[in-house]
Design a binder for this molecule. Structure first.
Ligand SMILES: [Mg+2]
Length: 414
């Protein structure tokens, strides 16, 4: 079996409302690049990449010259072919390699008649638990609905997702408003949902001093962990010395070099494994093995996903025996999906691991065409810009916070 073609299609899929974060905003939509790898026996494997609100079609087109004639089972060979670590100063393709790994695993599962999780060691669970992913949100430009800004709105949003999806773990994405306001929000959520677990993530934009102050202030609550309160392993290490809450990261331990450093001189307690950032599902499993040895906790990270990437997160979650926490997913903010059957359903806060061969999800080509059209119409958006604050640039550590009282209407072209 040989690879015969590599295709990429950019899609724009609507979100319920724009998601605000420390660097800017997802402007009411996700831009994702859907990758199809086709073999000479007619199988099509699916991959997905995104982030930054931009298309990556051209990068995948350029991979065709590397991959035509390649055996999709030779995954390690492919890694060195396109993402050799010593060449990465010039062409960092870790995330590209990830999307191609997803597609090749999907092909192998179809060829062998097994789900990807069975290739990766076999599942130890049939469904993966997820957390509410609560963002501060602007109202949707068209409907005026979906704003999350005030404390009441955060609590109502979490109560609503708990009701709709069954979540018992709630993650709050902060780093938007002054830390004291976000602390007030977090405490109010803890009081409103006393039986549930909580986690907070300001995307590493606080100073070490702010990180310590916030961390100490939430000691004693039902914290899973405090995620990336400050940037850099040394900032995390200093915070960890002063705060009795586990620290997590998807920012400063995202490769094996950094994982080794963290094992030798611990700075982070929980490693959030992202199938894109780490270069595929298999590197995440290797990293999880190292974490298991050092008794570091792991969880499944979300970098914003449609159904194909969600399937990679489900197969990853299915095969990790040492999975300590509910996974993150932006998925419940989506209004639609490009896979057959539409959005994968949550039951009791969890999603079932697909059971069909390969990744177990197939493309809905009508949806692919519809959302490709939407991409052509709307184009990219700047992930690191806030449509409500033109010209704003965040610092690290930041002090250019948004005002929680500011409810001026934000018009995002659609
Ligand atoms: Mg994070």
């Amino acid at each position: 079996m040989r690879i015969q073609d590599v295709r990429a299609t950019t899609v724009t899929v609507p979100l319920e409302a724009p998601l605000r974060h420390a660097n800017g905003c997802h402007w009411g939509r996700f831009v994702r690049t859907i990758v199809e790898v086709e073999t000479d026996n007619g199988l099509i494997g699916l991959g997905e990449m995104g982030g930054g609100g931009e298309s990556a079609e051209a990068v995948f087109r350029s991979m065709k010259s590397y991959l035509v004639g390649h055996d999709p089972a030779r995954l390690e060979e492919m890694r060195f072919k396109i993402a050799n670590p010593t060449a990465s100063l010039y062409n960092n393709r870790t995330q590209v390699a990830a999307a191609l790994e997803f597609a090749c695993l999907d092909i192998l599962g179809q060829a062998w008649g097994v789900p990807v999780s069975e290739i990766l060691g076999g599942r130890v669970r049939d469904s993966v638990r997820f957390a509410t992913y609560s963002f501060f949100r602007y109202p949707d430009s068209r409907s005026g609905q979906g704003e999350v800004r005030t404390i009441d709105q955060v609590i109502r949003y979490i109560a609503d997702t708990k009701e709709r999806f069954g979540f018992t773990t709630h993650k709050i994405k902060g780093g938007v408003f002054p830390p004291d306001y976000e602390l007030e929000v977090y405490r109010a959520v803890a009081a409103a949902f006393p039986q549930d677990s909580l986690r907070f993530d300001p995307n590493a934009v606080w100073s070490t001093g702010q990180a310590i102050r916030f961390g100490q202030a939430i000691e004693g609550l039902r914290n899973d962990y405090l995620e990336d309160p400050v940037f850099g392993l040394d900032g995390m290490r200093r915070t960890r010395q002063m705060v009795r809450v586990p620290l997590a990261t998807n920012t400063v331990v995202v490769d094996f070099e950094q994982l080794a450093t963290n094992a030798l001189a611990p700075a982070v307690d929980v490693i959030l494994l992202d199938t894109t950032f780490w270069g595929g599902i298999r590197p995440c499993i290797k990293a999880a093995g190292i974490c298991e040895t050092f008794r570091l906790d792991v969880a499944v990270h979300s970098s914003g996903e449609l159904g194909i990437q969600l399937a990679t997160m489900l197969h990853l979650g299915a095969v990790l025996p040492y999975l300590s926490f509910a996974a993150d997913a932006h998925y419940h903010h989506l209004k639609d999906d490009i896979v057959e059957g539409g959005l994968l359903p949550y039951r009791g806060g969890a999603i079932r691991v697909p059971e069909g061969p390969g990744l177990g999800v197939r493309l809905n080509r009508d949806k692919l065409a519809e959302y490709h059209e939407l991409y052509l119409r709307l184009g990219n958006y700047p992930y690191d810009q806030d449509p409500g604050r033109p010209g704003w640039v965040p610092l690290v550590p930041n002090d250019r916070w948004a005002d929680p009282e500011d409810d001026h209407p934000v018009k995002i072209p659609w």
